[in-house]
Design a protein around this ligand. Sequence first.
Ligand code: CTP
Ligand code: MG
Length: 212
Amino acid sequence: MDVLIQIFLDSAIFVLPLWFGNASPTILGGGSPIDGGRYWPDGKRILGDGKTIRGFWMGVLSGGVIGALIAFIGYTILPITLVLAETPIIMRLEYLEYLNSGIIPILLSQLNLATTLDNLTLLGFVLGSLMAFGGLIGDIIGSFIKRRRGIERGHTFIFLDQLGFLVVGMIFVFPLIPWPIQWFLIQVPFTFILHILANLIGYFTGIQDVPL
Ligand code: CTP
Ligand code: MG
């Protein structure tokens, strides 16, 4: 059981920049659409008004801020001992170990940067932004597919809406952070449910007009 909790926590912290990067445009987005209002030869919008330039970059920025926070908090407050179900488990965050091993020291030395808290936080920002960037590209691909299939902006395409950003975002950063497959297997169902719940909450609190 502890192993499952561990995998869940690691994977959830890992995808946090993706969740924020995907959700923040709902509040911070708006303005000019990425497709410039243009139409595809099938007579439908290329992407539609739901994909805006500001939303895209605000999403990338949010992912970066969350990535930086994870790195900063991870190296200052954590690791802590959590008491869960009367069993103390040490939060051994693999995400932070990735910041410490593999490509990260190579990146730091290539950039002639020392392994300081500032530099790790900066790298957390870069990785979080990159992940959100990949996720938002996935979101755009999703809208492109929806428009080609005649699904109006804001209407639901089950699985694509909930998982497109996750799958593309995770694959996008895989060369930098080669995540274990268990993270993917646990986050696909979890993010799916979380996305639906978050949308329902957004609908009932008036943040968005459609329930899904
Ligand atoms: N949003 C944005 N820019 C983006 C992505 C999202 O401004 N790049 C904002 C839009 O206001 C959008 C809202 O976040 O309506 C919710 O995002 P999403 O559900 O992805 O867009 P939809 O409106 O459902 O459009 P689509 O059907 O194309 O997915
Ligand atoms: Mg939508």
